[in-house]
Design a protein. Structure first.
Length: 368
């Protein structure tokens, strides 16, 4: 018989994680469902299972390291003997490896109610301040007549004969044993012999439900909010699902948003940008803030107002408000205005418009 370590392709010092990893790879490689009719693959599959069963158990592994295969021979003087480790059902090995796939989870518990999704529309001010509001959803709620039990008044449930109260049944798929909720009792492990009329034994009925939800300040378009336990009621007393709110945020006519930061464009007269002054800028709270514009401010200059942006969700912090200042060129000039600009043009020097002069110099160099 081949050495168990060689079968799994590991050293004697291999950790449990290494054993499990190699076992998973080899078991999938030689599984009969992947190799139909291949007797050699079937033998290797069994060898892999036997090797892993021994080496994954510390006591069996210690015995194997000391006595080899004879540790599990009934005629051996080793510690295994006739009452030694032996080999358990193959399904136990795969249950250890694949967990819930082989039938983990709670026994005798019906499936919980489904989660629900609700799209909630908010305007900009609601997203900034946060709010509480009532929403209405058509869903399953606990039956008021039987209070979720599914049985009529005074009746008692009986043990399901299909699963003997376990709530799950096993079926064989090749070498795998797969557990599923019992189709006869729906996973509850009990049969309602005298069901409640309004809910037909389900323990829940479908109707419109009003839920008060809280929207925190700072939510953005696409924000998901979980409201625990406000999903569908589970059948026959099973736990409720959850409600997930998905925010759909209306765009704002002035503000552009980048996370918690906001951007706004402010148009100012050419004279204000040249001479200096101030401009009033709206804030997301509904107020205004005065921004000082130094003399000589160029079009496109950005000002940063710290802490004037949107709230950071679930935090006391706020983002920033960025103000991009753009100058507006005068139009529809009268004679007096035109004369003033012509006089200004006549006395302008390169120092007044350094960027324009720099551009002209670059163009001249290209022409050469």
């Amino acid at each position: 018989m081949r050495d168990y370590y060689d079968i799994l392709g590991v050293d004697k010092s291999a950790s449990n994680d290494e054993l499990k990893k190699n076992f998973r790879t080899l078991a999938m490689k030689f599984h009969p469902d992947k190799n139909p009719g291949d007797k050699e693959a079937e033998v290797k599959f069994k060898e892999v299972g036997q090797a892993y069963e021994v080496l994954k158990d510390p006591e069996k592994r210690a015995a194997y390291d000391r006595y080899g295969h004879s540790a599990f021979d009934g005629n051996s003087a080793g510690p295994g003997g006739a009452s030694g480790a032996g080999f358990s059902n193959m399904s136990d090995i795969f249950e250890d490896l694949f967990g819930d796939f082989m039938g983990g989870g709670n026994q005798g518990q019906p499936q919980s109610g489904a989660d629900l999704r609700f799209n909630i529309n908010l305007d900009f001010s609601e997203a900034f301040a946060g709010l509480q509001k009532d929403i209405k959803i058509n869903t399953y709620v606990i039956c008021s007549d039987c209070r979720g039990s599914g049985g009529s008044s005074g009746s008692q449930p009986s043990t399901c004969s299909g699963c003997n109260g376990a709530g799950k049944v096993r079926s064989s798929q090749g070498f795998f044993m797969v557990e599923r909720p019992c189709p006869q009792c729906g996973g509850s492990g009990q049969i309602i012999s005298n069901p409640c009329n309004p809910c037909a034994g389900e323990g829940r009925v479908q109707r419109e439900k009003t839920i008060n939800v809280k929207i925190p300040p700072g939510v953005d378009d696409g924000t998901r909010i979980r409201v625990a336990g406000e999903g569908e009621a589970g059948p026959r007393g099973a736990s409720n699902g959850d409600l997930y709110l998905f925010v759909q945020l209306e765009s704002h006519s002035l503000f552009n948003r980048d996370g918690a930061d906001l951007l706004i464009e402010a148009k100012v007269p050419m004279t204000l940008a040249a001479l200096g002054g101030s401009v009033d800028v709206p804030t997301p709270s509904g107020g205004k803030v005065r921004v000082s514009v130094p003399a000589g401010t160029q079009s496109g200059h950005r000002f940063r107002l710290r802490g004037k942006g949107m709230p950071v969700i679930n935090s006391s912090n706020k983002g920033d408000l960025y103000v991009d200042v753009y100058t507006e060129t005068p139009v529809s000039l009268n004679k007096q205005q035109r004369k003033i600009l012509e006089d200004l043009q006549a006395v302008e020097t390169s120092n007044n418009q350094p960027e324009s002069e720099n551009f002209i110099k670059k163009v001249k160099k290209i022409r050469r």
